[in-house]
Design a protein around this ligand. Structure first.
Ligand code: THU
Length: 160
């Protein structure tokens, strides 16, 4: 038996003002998306904004459904929209923010496992890392230089 230790590296900014100007702008788009989320069931709004290499910004928010599993997360709404609208464009940066309608979300909210898998697909497809930033409504912002840092042991096309 051998043991394998997997490490990851993230950067933590003390708040949004501490991040580069372009990230503040991208996060503002994510906040606007978040405020338009359709989340009547969970009361948990999530917004995502993607910066593409053609300079377009694509946004997404979570879209819920009375049949709960039919809803979709903000990150996948955005990434699938980007893939549909600009199939050749690369995703350079992604900003994510979440807010609960019941309490103040002052800690960074990471993308769920299903969204990490979906983002991984696009990172692998474009053969270029996607910078990911995530936060609550205020407080710290976490940066990952690549989706790969958030999803070790990814299941990818190499296994098919
Ligand atoms: N949600 C997202 O939009 N992104 C995530 O990464 C985590 C969860 C949404 C799904 C659902 O509408 C609500 O947040 C509560 O889980």
């Amino acid at each position: 038996m051998t043991e394998v230790k997997i490490e990851t590296t993230l950067q933590i900014y003390k708040d949004l003002n501490d991040t580069p100007k372009d990230i503040q702008e991208l996060m503002k788009s994510a906040v606007r998306a978040r405020d338009n989320a359709y989340a009547p069931y969970s009361k948990f709004n999530v917004g995502a904004a993607l910066l593409l290499d053609n300079n377009e910004v694509i946004i997404g928010s979570n879209q819920e459904n009375a049949s709960y599993p039919s809803g979709l997360c903000a990150e996948r709404t955005a990434i699938y929209y980007a893939g549909a609208k600009y199939p050749k464009a690369k995703i350079i940066k992604m900003a994510i923010t979440a807010s609960s309608q019941n309490q103040i979300t002052d800690q960074p909210i990471p993308p769920c496992g299903a969204c990490r898998q979906a983002i991984a697909e696009y990172e692998i497809k474009q053969d270029q890392p996607i910078e990911i930033y995530f936060m609550g409504v205020k407080g710290k912002v976490v940066k990952s230089n690549s989706l790969a840092n958030l999803l070790p042991l990814v299941f990818d096309r190499g296994f098919l």
